[in-house]
Write a protein that binds this ligand. Structure first.
Ligand SMILES: *Cc1c(COP(=O)(O)O)cnc(C)c1O
Length: 372
């Protein structure tokens, strides 16, 4: 072909850098020819799936030739009951990433600005650029969203603000007071997306974490997104949901693809919602694993960013990508975050006890320190 295909793409797409996923276990196995690999790179649930999810999928096999329920009636009903909203306030997504994109396409275009924080989740700039909107990145304070500065950065053409709470990859969070002050300062024409992918991990020690559902009636411009990929252990199935004012849900439902969540995802998500034991076990594993990693970092004299998620960013004190590579050679996959402007940090997902141990031992080796 004679023509330059690249130049056919929109400006935003031309300047896009694709999302960098965690390195898959299979890939490293092929490269190294070893099998006992530990992956702590994608904030996945280390417990494996809930048995209730597996059973639900098995039961759904016979429906493979049918389209899924495009309205997601059963899952929406269960979510509505659990989170004290009505089904008309819920939009289902192919993972919550799907919802982030649907929101952007519904409310912004190439004349719009979309606001998010420095160090915020990498999908926000991707979504922004893919629709040709202008990204405004507001400097963080102590690795966390500066909501006061973010409110001040809003202009007439700001259509959308993304807030990750807790934030990935830093693990920081904004408190209820900070959030309410922000929402009070935001003009009504600006949609605020509160991305709560990790909210199930918040424990009783963090009473100031927003109970965002309670804010919905007061702020019709608020959209809460959540996912079944993390604490609920269904990352592979791709299912998330948004809670909002019914009028907003109606708009989002116009933009989404008609069958964006498949039958197995719908059934498995419904099944895990009634598996409180699994959720409690996810939370317990996370609390214990976080403690184990932090104690390990303390012993190694490494600084880390205190996190309320299922991951923690640690400052290796040297080139993070080099440490990442050296860990790979030892069969441990973690996540470099240089693409976030954090060249010395690595993001470690909380694993099972023996996985965390493998990582800490490998890290001590790589850094040339003895484990105490
Ligand atoms: C993991 C994550 C998501 C969830 O992604 P899914 O598409 O639901 O798997 C959303 N937001 C943030 C900040 C995340 O880290």
């Amino acid at each position: 072909m004679g023509c330059d295909l690249f130049s056919l793409a929109t400006k935003g797409v031309q300047s896009l850098h694709p999302y960098q996923p965690g390195k898959p276990v299979d890939e490293l196995e092929r490269e190294l020819g070893i099998t006992n690999i530990v992956k702590l790179a994608s904030n996945e649930n280390p417990l494996g799936p809930s048995p209730k999810a597996l059973k639900a999928i098995e039961d759904a096999f016979q429906g493979l030739c049918r389209y899924p329920d495009g309205g997601g009636f059963k899952l929406k009903s269960a979510l509505a009951e659990r989170y004290d909203v009505v089904a008309e306030q819920i939009t289902l997504g192919n993972g919550s990433n799907d919802l982030l994109e649907i929101v952007a396409r519904a409310f912004a275009d190439s004349d719009s600005a979309i606001l998010f924080s420095q160090y915020a989740f990498a999908v926000y700039p991707i979504v922004t650029q893919s629709i040709g909107a202008t990204a405004i990145e507001v400097p963080a304070v102590d690795w966390s969203h500066d909501l006061i500065a973010m409110a001040e950065a809003i202009t007439d053409n700001t259509k959308l603000v993304f807030i990750a709470n807790p934030n990935n990859p830093t693990g920081t969070y904004v408190s209820n007071d900070e959030l309410v002050r922000f929402l009070d300062a935001v003009p009504e024409h600006v949609i605020v997306v509160l991305d709560e992918a990790y909210c199930e991990y918040i424990d009783d020690d963090h009473q100031d974490f927003p109970n965002s559902g309670l804010l919905l009636p007061n702020y019709p411009n608020l959209i809460i997104t959540r996912t079944f990929s993390k604490a609920w252990g269904l990352a592979s199935l791709r299912v998330g949901y948004a809670l909002s004012h019914p009028d907003i849900a109606d708009l989002l439902n116009r933009v989404r693809q008609p069958f964006n969540v498949n039958s197995f995802a719908l059934e498995a998500a419904l099944a895990v919602l009634s598996d409180d034991e699994y959720l409690a076990s996810s939370q317990r594993t996370n609390t214990e694993g976080m403690k184990q990693l932090i104690e390990g970092f303390d012993r190694l004299g490494l600084a880390y960013i205190p996190s309320v998620g299922n991951f923690v960013a640690v400052d290796t004190g040297r080139d993070g990508v080099a440490v990442f590579q050296a860990l790979l050679e030892r069969g441990v996959i973690v996540r470099p975050v240089s693409n976030y402007g954090m060249p010395q940090h690595l993001r470690i997902s909380i694993g099972l006890q023996h996985e965390n141990e493998r990582f800490l031992t490998a890290l001590a080796e790589v850094l040339g320190r003895n484990r105490v």
